[in-house]
Design a protein around this ligand. Sequence first.
Ligand SMILES: O=C(O)CCC(=O)C(=O)O
Ligand SMILES: [Fe+2]
Length: 318
Amino acid sequence: MAAGSLELPVVDLASPDLRSAAEAVRKACVGSGFFYVANHGIQDELLDAVFAESSKFFDQPLEQKMLLQRNSAQRGYTPPYAEKLDATSQFQGDLKEIFDIGPVGDADMPNDPNQWPPKERFPSWKDTMKLYHAAALAAGKRIVSLIALSLDLEADFFQNIGAFDRPSALVRLLHYSGEVNESDKGNYGASAHSDYGMITLLVTDGTPGLQICREKDNYPQLWEDVHHIEGTLIVNIGDLLERWTNCVFRSTIHRVVTVGKDRYSVSILTTEFRILLKGFQLPSLFLLKKSDGTFSCEKTSRINSEVALQLIDFRILC
Ligand SMILES: O=C(O)CCC(=O)C(=O)O
Ligand SMILES: [Fe+2]
């Protein structure tokens, strides 16, 4: 159970040496599945504004927040205890409260499923979130290019196969209360889980709490603190990319422990950096290692027993 100390690589997005940066990404993705990104291009002022708007929203009484309760399109407010990321947790649910925001169009869309706090009291809320959504997505695309390079693919590989065509990445504002009831002793801000998308980009207010477990099948599990590094994003691999790479890249379980202090963070889950196969919520491509050592991409629709065998080989090879 004890938290160890972890050193994760810092990948510099402004590095002129993209090959070395990609190599660092590969090592991190094969190792812990987590790394930091510096020079990500998201302005400090924008991040400050996002955190200010976030705490202003969460500071409201519960009844006010519940007016924007998460809808069927998964946009809006989720109160404490409503989500339980670790189904085996003995508690009613996680302590965090959440606000989810999907892509925001340029014009005020008539069918925008997003929910917004009232303009009179939150005049700049929507514009701030809109700007952040775009900035985080732009950073995400650059990181995905590095990930492509790290797999010996062309930098624009994911773009060319259409992975960015409908990127409905979800910005998630999170608040972990500093006050924990006696009955919640041992409960988590966010219980153990892996993320389901391609990659997740995370910014925190610097308050500790995030931990990862690199070997989830080892008992007792070792949980290690992910330290805050000012000015960086924390990036982690999600289940989708783990599956695309046939488990070579790792979608590592993580959790947030309570530290007796309010904690705010913002994540963006790149859920739609994927190609959907006719309505199936399944990733539709896999990366295969060919006999000459290079990678190729296979659509699942073309997967037959021969390809499936190659997938198994790939897992063994790497
Ligand atoms: O708040 C954090 O540090 C982690 C959030 C997280 O794991 C998530 O949004 O999936
Ligand atoms: Fe997560």
